[in-house]
Design a protein around this ligand. Structure first.
Ligand code: C2O
Length: 579
């Protein structure tokens, strides 16, 4: 009884704090209203070409409403979100709401040629979805060519009115978007990299909220800064919107306490640094409990692959105490070295869902084994110098179960829905064609034959299937940490390890596994995830390193309709773009 009273007392306090603090929720210059709940949030997104000054250049980038990073979508759990997207650029456009589970709204998911044709120049499409039982930090980004390199922004979903965070109420919240910047046209860049057969050039800069920071040329003042009050606790909503690199993040002399990953609460886990692959989000609490000074926040590369050139300059921002001399030097933040796999594992080991997860399927109906990795295709070009700049004079590719996914040139969802034949097949294999030493061997007969097959192969799931996926990294070209993202669902990450997956020795956590939408499959290792296929539609699963996506490291799951309207995908919206 006393205990109960104490709990409700704390709750009451929380509610008061919540109301008192609502006016302080200044995020990136926007003052967020605490939303009212189960309401509709409408946004107008204009895809535009915008001039910016960056890295000693005046440069044209694609933005939403001229903003870089783009506007924040604010909503509350169970809200309806409506975003009208008008394309005012010469490029094709789509927007994906990364991590939004899109219950019965697959048409609004956004990956080009998977759930929709791109929004062509001058056209408009309105995305509509409900944030069913979702709260936390997510991101939106373009899902066509490499446009998401500049077309990205945060999604902030607050709990329902009166529901507190399950952690100390922060004094302020800040969004931290990690990005990569190229002084190149990103659509042309993708085309030229693919045409070359080789790998992409490194980014010209890493950015924090669009700012490279003082380590880069002409960027002394192009730096992000948070002013902090000594003694207060801050909630940082960390989001990786990077294109081709995973990143460590740290703040000098300060601990980060992870309280949420991919918009699901976690048990608090305190660490010196975190690692985010593209598409991953983490909410961390930071308390300003150090001597008054200016501290740096840093973003440095995590590169687990061999022989891949990457940008080595860290991007920094400031975590500046009130009262610190503005020109004082900041102590550098100690991001781990680029190949510190152990630092990545330590953070992953700390991720546990907060409440335990009653919904993790204890039994499974389908057990799929999927290898993920790179390939080198034989050169067939008449002009190898130009088109076969991959390893050993070949053409770079990537695959799942040694099949490189080819996007159809119409919307796969439409082809499926309208039963139009000839654009995809339903024969993606549930296991590799051959089991071998995935980490140290090569798939085909000779160790030098690293070709993959090409195809638009999908895997069909009956409604309600309990699915287990074993994702196995291969060393065909190089082992590497791959951030594998599933659209339409979050999955329970019940296990992971290094080496080849072995069911006899694998340890599964069915009690409190983290519930994520993107899993960094360990370099030269495996991860096991489970989800319930209860959302009808066509769902992309792919590596969120954009170059790997371009090279075919993806697959499509088709989840069939179940019974009745609540298990059936509705008709397509009338304004669905045409190819
Ligand atoms: Cu964040 Cu298919 O993407």
């Amino acid at each position: 009884m006393a205990n109960q009273l104490a709990t409700s007392g704390i709750l009451y306090l929380w509610l008061n704090l919540l109301i008192m603090n609502a006016h302080r929720m200044s995020v990136m210059g926007f003052i967020a209203r605490w939303p009212g709940g189960r309401s509709t949030r409408s946004y107008d997104f204009k895809v535009q070409t915008t001039k910016i000054e960056k890295l000693c250049n005046t440069w044209d980038i694609v933005t939403i409403n001229g903003m870089f990073p783009g506007p924040v979508i604010y909503a509350q759990e169970d809200d309806r979100v409506i975003v009208r997207v008008t394309n005012e650029t010469p490029y094709n456009a789509t927007i994906h709401w990364h991590g939004v589970r899109q219950r019965l709204s697959c048409w609004s998911d956004g990956p080009s040629y998977i759930t929709q044709c791109p929004i062509q120049s001058g056209q408009t499409f309105t995305y509509e979805f409900t944030l069913v039982q979702q709260k936390g930090t997510l991101l939106w980004h373009a899902h066509v060519s490499w446009l998401r390199g500049t077309v990205y922004g945060a999604i902030v979903v607050y709990p329902k009115t009166g529901v507190p965070y399950p952690f100390i109420y922060p004094y302020e919240e800040h969004i931290i978007l990690l990005g990569e910047f190229w002084l190149r046209d990103l659509v042309q860049l993708e085309q030229s990299v693919i045409a070359s057969g080789g790998g992409p050039p490194p980014a010209d800069a890493y950015t924090i909220n669009g700012h490279p920071g003082p380590n880069y040329n002409c960027s002394t003042n192009d730096v992000y800064k948070i002013d902090v009050v000594p003694g207060k606790t801050y909630l940082l909503r960390l989001i990786s919107a990077s294109l081709n690199t995973e990143h460590f993040f740290a703040i000098a002399n300060h601990k980060l306490t992870i309280v949420e990953a991919d918009a699901e609460y976690t048990k608090p886990f305190t660490t010196d640094h975190v690692m985010l692959g593209p598409g991953q989000t983490l909410n961390v609490l930071v308390t300003a409990n150090q001597p008054i000074a200016k501290y740096s926040m840093a973003m440095g590369p995590y590169m687990s692959a061999r022989n891949v050139p990457f940008q080595t300059i860290t991007s920094t921002a400031y975590f500046q105490y009130l009262g610190a001399l503005p020109n004082s030097l900041s102590s550098p933040a100690p991001v781990p070295t680029f190949n510190d796999n152990l630092a990545v594992k330590t953070v992953m080991d700390g991720l546990r869902s907060l409440s335990g997860t009653p919904s993790v399927p204890k039994e499974i109906d389908q057990n799929l084994f999927i290898t993920i990795g790179l390939n080198v295709q034989k050169c067939t070009s008449r002009n190898p110098q130009q088109n076969c700049q991959g390893l050993n004079g070949g053409v770079m590719a990537a695959s799942m179960n040694n099949i490189s996914f080819i996007k159809p040139n119409i919307s796969l969802l439409e082809a499926y829905y309208r039963k139009i034949n000839g654009y995809f097949t339903e024969d993606f294999p549930g296991a590799p064609f051959k089991f071998y030493d995935f980490v140290n061997g090569a798939p085909n007969n000779a160790p030098v034959d690293t070709n993959s097959l090409n195809g638009s192969r999908t895997y069909v799931l009956e409604y309600g299937t309990r699915v287990q996926l074993i994702l196995q990294d291969t060393g065909t070209v190089t082992t590497e940490n791959h951030p594998i993202h599933l659209h339409g669902f979050s999955f329970h990450v019940i296990g992971y390890g290094t080496g080849n997956y072995n069911p006899d020795t694998a340890n599964f956590n069915l009690v409190d596994p983290p519930y994520l939408n993107t899993i960094g499959v360990p370099v030269g290792g495996w991860a096991a995830v489970r989800f319930l296929a209860d959302n009808p539609g066509v769902w992309f699963m792919h590596c969120h390193l954009e170059i790997h996506l371009s090279w075919g490291l993806s697959v499509v799951f088709i989840v069939k309709n179940g019974q009745g309207p609540l298990q059936t995908l509705p008709h397509p919206p009338a304004d669905l773009p045409r190819c």
